[in-house]
Design a protein around this ligand. Structure first.
Ligand SMILES: Cc1cc2nc3c(=O)[nH]c(=O)nc-3n(C[C@H](O)[C@H](O)[C@H](O)COP(=O)(O)OP(=O)(O)OC[C@H]3O[C@@H](n4cnc5c(N)ncnc54)[C@H](O)[C@@H]3O)c2cc1C
Length: 476
């Protein structure tokens, strides 16, 4: 697939965008310039896809990326057995944009295995098979909760009375009364103290249940239900999801400058100038900023953002995620005959095999995945303390792991300077107060990135935001 074929495949979208916008007006406003120019800040999915769509509209595009690799939060660990996805893990049949793009780029996809229902739980250092959880002595849940495994508690409570049915419902004013602390909402649904404790371990897409808005949790539950109703299996790109940003970059003619850490974005009546940490600067008619707000809060914006937008950049919470990859030198699960996958109430939280398309029994890599406070705790350890602490905890909760694993890689999304968290979420009150205003254009700066999307999730939301921001620009 060459660039021309790819552009032809995307021509339908380009046509739609062209019909909606009047890109020539920008040119008309600047009679001496031949081609309107845009600086795209960040070469994750949203930045690369925006760049491609703009190029198709005749804009001159320059991409500035802080890291020495492309893809941002899509990051396949190519050097580890099984090629784990450290960032964007899976997509599904609901990701219509992503599927269209991977098809256009000739990137094959594969189904991922659905984790087996039977898993091992470690609660208060007791090992319990999930099938036996209901009768376990360490199960202190209330009668009605007793048969729900810890990782299922949140979706149980969020599905009891979830009024959201469509993807964009969560931003509607009629649901603002649910923009309250998630913990409080769960209590009103009847969650016991013990259930709340367990839900704070591996709380999907948030640091903990009291820092998140219930609307955010209900939105995630509504999307998960839709996925289940449509019976959609998780997929990934053959060879790893990083192949997507790499292929997108190859299809661009734009210059992509890596190791360009944006420090300041200055907008005037005439143009926008971006200053980088290495002393370089770039000028264009407009800029698209795809930096996560967690990172943008360290960037100087001139003139400064105002009101809700300023507050959103400063305050929007991001989930801390720390992953520890283990290489397996002895299949310890054959010794104790338990499933490999574990949910634990220790700081290790979730442990699971990386077995992309391989025989699970021959798994060579395991991932430990900790969120929120546990991720922060792990991030605070020195490499030596981390190694000793992780091995000791593993041995304590599952003795057969002793001598069977070595740490091969640690990825902390929370302490990565160019993401400062894995994904955004909304704190109580923020959906109502900030969501609508936070991604509006400011002077010559337009905003894209997963945090600015309304209807899509994860990688698809980055692509959705790219289409929206390009429509915004061509209709200027
Ligand atoms: C652990 C994890 C698991 C995930 N699981 C899934 C999943 O299963 N399914 C799913 O769909 N999605 C998942 N996601 C989310 C998905 O990966 C993201 O939503 C998506 O990749 C975000 O794309 P983006 O372009 O908005 O942001 P990014 O990919 O973060 O792009 C922003 C870019 O800006 C760059 N940048 C940052 N600071 C600067 C600076 N100062 N100067 C210049 N450049 C800068 C960054 O390096 C980055 O390349 C996951 C993410 C993580 C981290």
């Amino acid at each position: 697939m060459n660039r021309r074929d790819f552009c032809l495949n995307l021509s339908q979208l380009a046509l739609t965008l062209a019909m909606m916008g009047r890109s020539s007006q920008l040119l008309a406003a600047k009679p001496n310039s031949h081609q309107p120019s845009v600086l795209v800040l960040g070469a994750g999915l949203s930045g690369l896809y925006s760049a491609l769509l703009l190029e198709q509209q005749g804009f001159k595009v320059t991409v500035l990326e802080a890291r020495d690799r492309l893809g941002g939060r899509v990051y396949t660990l190519d050097n580890l057995a099984g090629k784990p996805e450290s960032g964007g893990q899976n997509f599904s049949g609901q990701y219509l944009r992503l599927l269209k793009i991977v098809e256009s780029l000739n990137l094959p996809t594969e189904q991922r295995e659905i984790p087996s229902k039977q898993q091992l739980l470690s609660v208060e250092r007791e090992l319990v098979l999930s099938d036996n959880w209901g009768m376990s002595a360490v199960n202190r849940l209330s009668e009605k909760e007793k048969n729900i495994i810890p990782i299922g508690l949140m979706s149980y409570y969020l599905s009891l009375n979830n009024p959201l049915t469509e993807n964009a419902d969560w931003i509607l004013p009629k649901y603002h009364h649910l923009d309250i602390p998630l913990e409080q909402y769960l209590q009103t649904q009847g969650a016991s103290e013990e259930a709340l404790r367990l839900m704070n371990i591996y709380p999907l897409s948030m640091n903990d249940i009291d820092s998140a808005s219930a609307l955010w949790g209900l939105k995630n539950a509504q999307r998960a239900k839709k996925r289940k109703d449509d019976d959609l299996n998780p997929m990934r790109i053959v060879g790893g999801n990083s192949r997507l940003p790499e292929a997108l970059a190859r299809s661009l003619s734009a210059s992509i400058h890596t190791q360009k850490v944006v420090e300041e974005i200055r907008s005037t009546d005439d143009d926008v100038t971006v200053f980088c940490a290495d002393g370089s600067d770039y000028q264009a008619d407009l800029a698209i900023c795809t930096l996560p707000f967690s990172v943008l809060r360290q960037v100087v914006i001139e003139p400064p953002l105002e009101a809700e937008q300023k507050e959103a950049v400063e305050q929007l919470p991001y989930t801390k995620v720390t992953q520890i990859y283990l290489s397996v030198n002895r299949p310890f699960w054959q010794e104790d005959n338990y499933p490999i996958q574990m949910w634990t109430d220790s700081f290790l939280e979730l442990i699971f095999p990386i077995d992309n398309g391989q025989d699970k029994e021959n798994t060579k890599t395991l991932a430990i995945w900790a969120n929120g406070k546990n991720a922060e705790y792990l991030d605070g350890l020195s490499p030596k303390e981390l190694e000793a602490g992780v091995k000791q905890k593993l041995k304590q909760i599952r003795p057969s792991t002793a001598g069977s694993v070595e740490i091969s890689r640690v990825v902390s999304w929370g302490s990565d300077p160019f993401s400062q968290g894995a994904y955004h979420y909304f704190a109580p009150g923020q959906v109502q107060a900030l969501q609508q205003k936070m991604s509006q254009p400011w002077k010559r700066i337009h905003f894209a990135g997963e945090h600015t999307s309304v209807s899509a999730s994860g990688m698809e939301s980055a692509l959705e935001s790219a289409e929206r921001v390009v429509r915004e620009i061509i209709s200027l």
